[in-house]
Write a protein that binds this ligand. Sequence first.
Ligand code: HEM
Ligand code: HEM
Length: 311
Amino acid sequence: MGPVDMNRSYHPFVHRYAIFMVCWTIVLLTAGALVTSEDAALAVPDWPLSYGTITPPMVGGIAYEHTHRVIAAGLGLLAIGLAALLWRTDDRPWMRWLGLAALGGVILQGVLGGLTVIKLLHYWLPVMHACTAQLMFALLVSIAVFTSRWWTEPLPQYQDKGSPPVHTVVTINAAAIFLQVLAGAGFRHQYISLRPHVIGAPIVLGVVIWTAAILRRRFSQVREISRARILLHAIVGTQILLGAIALYSRISTADAAQPMPLMVASTVVHTVVGAILFAISIVTVLICYRLVPRRGEVAVRATPEQQVAAQ
Ligand code: HEM
Ligand code: HEM
């Protein structure tokens, strides 16, 4: 991923296409979370067809489940297009393979969704489906970053003089957020109690504050890193607030005969913003790898003029 292979790699159409896929996936995550919150997972008992057809009657839970399947199929088609575009236009071999990996990921996610239905929500399949969705989203956001003009042009390189290395810090941050997502999915699909997720929230908040403090101390003059740390702070705060609302709405509507609008809205938004927070944590990792050479890598990654001491 050095500057050597970062020429002629910017194709505005491919970048816009990747951004469109990211937007499409946000809609898909919302549709999927609606299936869960509306208790519609088993409204359609078969797969890959829905009641033996691609146009089942759109009533009750079928409307949620089938709409989710249709939007997912759309992502599948878009992923074929992305893999083909990258294969034809991108001169970075790893990027071409990443396009194929994204296609494989979307297929895997679709199969997991199908198995979730056929195996009647057993074997942790809904939790796997929920977490792979978050990973897929982060992968598509990463592809949008890799295809951007910013990523593909030569950039100044900043030295990291602190310890632990910034790359380790931002990776721990992303891992902590993913574990929190995993705990949330475990509870949401009734495999574990809420306790690990509630205990995890202040821990994740602490890790984000620690990460942001290190980024500010070491790289306050780097615009991209500053933006990432501000976004991380803002979204984690919003997410904790949304989590509290989701919990309150769960408790206050526990006796209702059917899912209530406040419960549905708050749990769906909390799930989707969770995916956005995780994706931003991954983008923060990417930005650090792009702008800050790892130790021992300085000579290879940047010319002396491009190197800037950050402390
Ligand atoms: C290909 C891309 C797909 C993505 C990104 C995706 C994403 C999601 C997401 C984010 C959820 C919500 C998880 C949660 O709220 O915890 C969900 C739920 C669900 N998805 Fe998908 N999905 C995809 C494909 C499919 C397919 C093809 C099926 C086919 C049956 C499917 C069936 C389901 C079911 C049944 C649920 C509800 C699970 C439950 O309530 O326990 N999904 N999906
Ligand atoms: C650090 C921040 C947090 C993150 C990243 C996070 C993330 C998530 C995610 C992604 C899910 C859905 C998982 C899935 O199935 O896809 C979830 C579920 C949930 N979270 Fe959080 N969460 C956070 C903080 C909180 C807090 C502070 C609370 C409550 C005090 C909370 C309460 C819940 C509840 C109740 C659910 C299940 C929603 C339902 O009832 O279906 N979360 N969380």
